[in-house]
Design a protein around this ligand. Structure first.
Ligand code: NAD
Length: 418
């Protein structure tokens, strides 16, 4: 990971690439390249020792033409205005490619949560919830977890909102614990959409997933579930990595055992079914049928892309390839299933959570998984149709062609308001 792409510029260049194939005016494209609004705010909370500390925070509402803004809230020292804007744009096109009736948003607080107590994080989260309360709501903007936030923070935000509004409205936020109105199947959803997308890609390319070799970079929620499910589908997971390094066994290993080892020791490294340790870059450049990047943004830059040896890349992570790396893989004829489709299982099951909250009627895990499969298969079919019709080189562009057209249609059908 050397060259750092500005994420907002990456988003805009992806939109430009797709715009060339779209029957949409430049004026509309210009609108679809920028967020509708971005809240930048300063939160001041009391530390446990009685002193005050200020934190910068953002909420970007990128586009609401297809429904309420939807997107997570991230706690990280590197959160920036441009990052939040880009992530909110990707959410817009992610909800559009999977055709769920939501728009795109994203939020974040510039904070390293490891440096704060639980009570301080609760005050910070409630302060942010109070600040964004006028912007959010089940029909307005529905936040969710992202990096370093989870069910705990979502429950605090829901409680703050409901207390201030004097109502019960679980659909104001998704990613909640099951007892607080969460959905079955949410925890596995991102890994599940990743492997469904991989299965569809192999089918489309006439490649056999049975026995196909797989490398997974990043062994957190998205990566390890993808490894477990692709193994259950008959593929062979031969390599995995986390922030401490990678493991490799050309004959494959049990992904569940690797996860247990990580739970016990903090890393996959040292797992007894591994034959050798690899660096992270070696995992990313291994000669495999399928590579699943499931760690952070910009994991593969232009130089590393030259050494990538996989036939298919399915992006569980958001933005794992820099735009230059994307070009290199395109030249090498690597088939890439883009993040906005591959990892859309998370937002799709968030949508199911929101639907269940509105209906106050809850589904079985089987129903959630079946509905998710239909959504991902339909989205992949739409991508392939655009890919073939426009004779495109890169499936990512095809995904944006479909998604941008859907957003533009919703905008144009709505007519204009002064
Ligand atoms: P996570 O924190 O659970 O896991 C991240 C994993 O990446 C960890 O195993 C960590 O050790 C590893 N990692 C960090 N730096 C690494 C490096 N340099 N090399 C190799 N591994 C490294 O996070 P997650 O929820 O699994 O998210 C992973 C990616 O998937 C992110 O890009 C996220 O935005 C995306 N995503 C997740 C969801 C979801 O529902 N969890 C939904 C959509 C997209």
């Amino acid at each position: 990971m050397s060259e750092e792409a500005n994420p907002f510029e990456s988003l805009q260049s992806q939109i430009d690439d797709a715009a060339a194939y779209l029957d949409v005016g430049d004026d509309v494209i210009e609108r679809l390249k920028h967020p509708e609004r971005v809240l930048e705010t300063n939160l001041t909370i009391e530390r446990d020792d009685g002193t005050l500390e200020r934190f910068k925070a953002f909420r970007s509402q990128f586009n609401g033409d297809r429904g309420p803004y939807k997107g997570g809230i991230r706690y990280h020292p590197q959160v920036s205005r441009d990052e939040v804007k880009a992530l909110s744009g990707w959410m817009t096109y992610k909800t559009a490619i999977v055709d769920i009736p939501l728009g795109g948003g994203k939020g974040g607080i510039v904070v390293d949560p490891d440096d704060y107590s639980e009570a301080e994080l609760e005050r910070l989260t409630r302060s942010f919830a109070k600040e964004i309360r006028p912007m959010i709501g089940a029909d307005r903007d529905v936040p969710a977890p992202d990096v370093n936030t989870g069910q705990r923070e979502m429950n605090w935000i829901k409680d703050t909102y409901e207390t201030l509004e004097n109502t019960t409205e679980p659909g104001v936020i998704t990613g909640k614990a099951l007892d607080s109105g969460g959905s079955e199947g949410r925890v596995e959803a991102t890994g599940r959409s990743t492997v469904l997308a991989a299965r569809e890609a192999f089918d489309y390319l006439d490649k056999d997933l049975q026995g196909a070799t797989v490398a997974v970079q990043g062994y957190g929620n998205a990566g390890w579930i993808a490894a477990k499910l692709i193994d259950e589908m008959g593929a062979t997971v031969v390599a995995a990595s986390d922030s401490s390094g990678g493991i490799h066994n050309p004959d494959g290993f049990d992904p569940v055992g690797a996860k247990q080892h990580k739970n016990e020791t903090g890393s996959v490294v040292g797992y007894d079914e591994s034959e050798e340790e690899l660096t992270n870059d070696e995992v990313l450049t291994l000669d495999v049928d399928l590579l699943i990047p499931a760690a952070l943004e910009n994991a593969i830059d232009e130089d590393l892309a030259k050494d990538v040896n996989a036939d298919v890349v399915v992006e569980a992570a958001n933005g794992p390839l820099t735009p230059a790396a994307d070009d290199v893989l395109e030249e090498k004829d690597v088939f890439i299933v883009p993040d906005i489709l591959a990892n859309a299982g998370g937002v799709t099951v968030s949508y199911f959570e929101w639907v269940q909250n509105r209906q106050r009627f809850y589904w079985s895990e089987e129903r959630v998984n079946d509905e998710l499969e239909t959504v991902i298969v339909d989205a992949f079919d739409a991508l392939v149709e655009a890919y073939e019709e426009n004779d495109l080189e890169n499936p990512r562009t095809a995904a944006y062609v479909v998604a941008i057209q859907r957003v533009a249609d919703a905008f144009e059908e709505a007519g204009s308001w002064p």
